[in-house]
Design a binder for this molecule. Sequence first.
Ligand code: GLY
Length: 364
Amino acid sequence: MKNVIVDTGRKRYPIYIKAGASDATGSLAAEITGITKALLITDDNVDRMYSRRIIDSLEGEGFSLSKCVILNGEGSKNIENYIKILTALSKNKISRNDTVFALGGGMVGDIAGFAAATYLRGIRFVQIPTTLLAMVDSSAGGKTAINFDSGKNQIGAFFQPDLVICDPDFISSLPDEIFRDGCAEVIKYGVIADGRLFKMLKGPAMRQMEGIIERCLMIKSRLVYEDEFDLGRRQLLNFGHTFGHAIEKCSNYSVTHGKAVAVGMVMAAAAAEVLGICSSDCYRDIKEMVSAFGLPCKTDIAEGELFDAMFSDKKRSLKEITLVLPEEIGRCILKKIPVAELGSFVRFAMKDKEMTSAYRSCFS
Ligand code: GLY
């Protein structure tokens, strides 16, 4: 079994990666949380497919389980479902020694993690991601949140899980679209920190899935170790996300996270090329890789709308916004853009090939 350790200095926990690992959820969890009462949180789709198998494993080990099911989709990551989960925790008399299990994609992990972080000021929490996106990104690193009127993930907490179980078997039954969403995050890791991973993606990705997930999580674990609270280097993980979150918000979350991040990565690369930060080859490689996975490279959302949505993004400070821009495949930089220049920046990023070097002078 592949095993990546996340160590924040305050907390250390394992991520197990192996096909079939979820069948051993009960024994893997028992070693870490002890045998406790537990609430399994999942969505209706995942519930139909996988809950039984996880419940059998947990109950077989002696866990005493209740279940809370919410509707699938990012729209469910809201305050109403947060209250629904808290109510289930409270009704089932879950105590501080008990455990929350999140079984599902990023939406389930985020909202379940936020409930685990805040109920009784924090209880044990195990992530069992069922999508590629959740395996390589959202299930590890401790970002938990719900969406709010002002944007995505606006109410949340840093709360590290006690254990993450990644079972790549889940991936083979994913609808193509959801699989591709995860591929956007994998491409991201290649661009920010691992040129070799980027090359691996040119081969048959499914056959190397455990290795790909492990490489992504090793990068994530290193960045979380260096910067748990996202004040510096961890922001590299936001490559494509500042534009991406704005696209998600403007589309009322009908554009999925992975697709929005895919467009965001191409936009960031386009802007980096205009600014002379990366070469046109680098921009082209990123765009081609995004297209090769059937992900979009462009959005038809208007510049002004996108700008407003970026401005409400929680990552902004009053005067500037930090964007992640590629220098080459495998290396990105954090660049602070004054808010006054953000409008032009969004324009450059959206102009695609129409951009000319004349724009560069604006940022010299
Ligand atoms: N998803 C980005 C991060 O965990 O920092």
